[in-house]
Design a protein around this ligand. Sequence first.
Ligand SMILES: [Zn+2]
Ligand SMILES: [Zn+2]
Ligand SMILES: [Zn+2]
Length: 345
Amino acid sequence: MRQFRCPNCGQRVYFENYFCERCATPLSFDARQMTMVAQAGAHDCVNRQHLACNWAVDSDASDFCLACRLNRTVPNLSEPGNLVRWQKIESAKHRMIYDLLRLGLPVKSRAEDPSHGIAFDFLSEYPGAKVLTGHDEGKITLNIAEADDAEREARRAQMHEPYRTLVGHFRHEIGHHYWDILLRGSPDLPAFQALFGDERADYTEALQRHYENGPPQGWRQSYISAYATSHPWEDWAECFAHFIHIVATLDTAADLPLGLGRLSGRALQDSYREDDFDALLKAWVPLTEAVNEINRSMGVSDVYPFVLTPSVIGKLHFVHMIVRKAARAAEQRGEVAVERARVSA
Ligand SMILES: [Zn+2]
Ligand SMILES: [Zn+2]
Ligand SMILES: [Zn+2]
């Protein structure tokens, strides 16, 4: 994401900041203007009291901000460790919601869309009550153990995954939601099926087969991850997550002194709204190669441990096309509240 400035003194501030570290002005993120505002006069989200949200409320109808209104179940804060887990979860979730707003996709709560609206359930696992992270008709469940670094790393190793993060979970699960509202029954469905396969294949059976047998031989040629091989819906959700990884990280890089325009041959105005998919890719590949090398020199894992083959690029291109189409349609319906000028300024 782009850099933010303190509205009082101009100091660089971060997306998660509650105060300016230079002048101590209380800060809130205003999701309509996509900018940091001084808290005075702004109405802060109720979850600020738990340091779980620094957004301003955007409507008179709720004491919660646009991101927190989507919560249905939050962790039981009387249990030790849950406050810190929840804060990490909210931080990742708020980044994902920011992504959706920048992409211009419709973000609807359960109250606004009772059949498909987004609702988050952040649940603890107990003996006999397993919690599976997943999506079902707008309802997104997250096992809060994923907020514990050691737990998540153990699961990552056990599943042979090169990358497992909270923000990655959110970008994946929300991908299922947008499949439902953008592709189910749409004229673009045959093109989806040609690229990703027939999603009418039995989902439970497909997942069971994947967990028993692992991915097919040579899967890297056609899939971004082993998990993407399990079912066309999972392939879509993985590609959707990667598309957001790409535009979100390019957006951050665009504001840093990296000479990205020189690397890619062209400067991107707004990666989230870029219509030229090849321009995104031309910037993304050299950026990931450079940052992976930087990570290796510090002895940490690659920031982007994935290979984009022509077949995977074709799928990412399709995600890009669907997202841009949905954003343009939402804009025409006047549904997008974000002030474009503020973002590209
Ligand atoms: Zn300041
Ligand atoms: Zn909030
Ligand atoms: Zn999934």
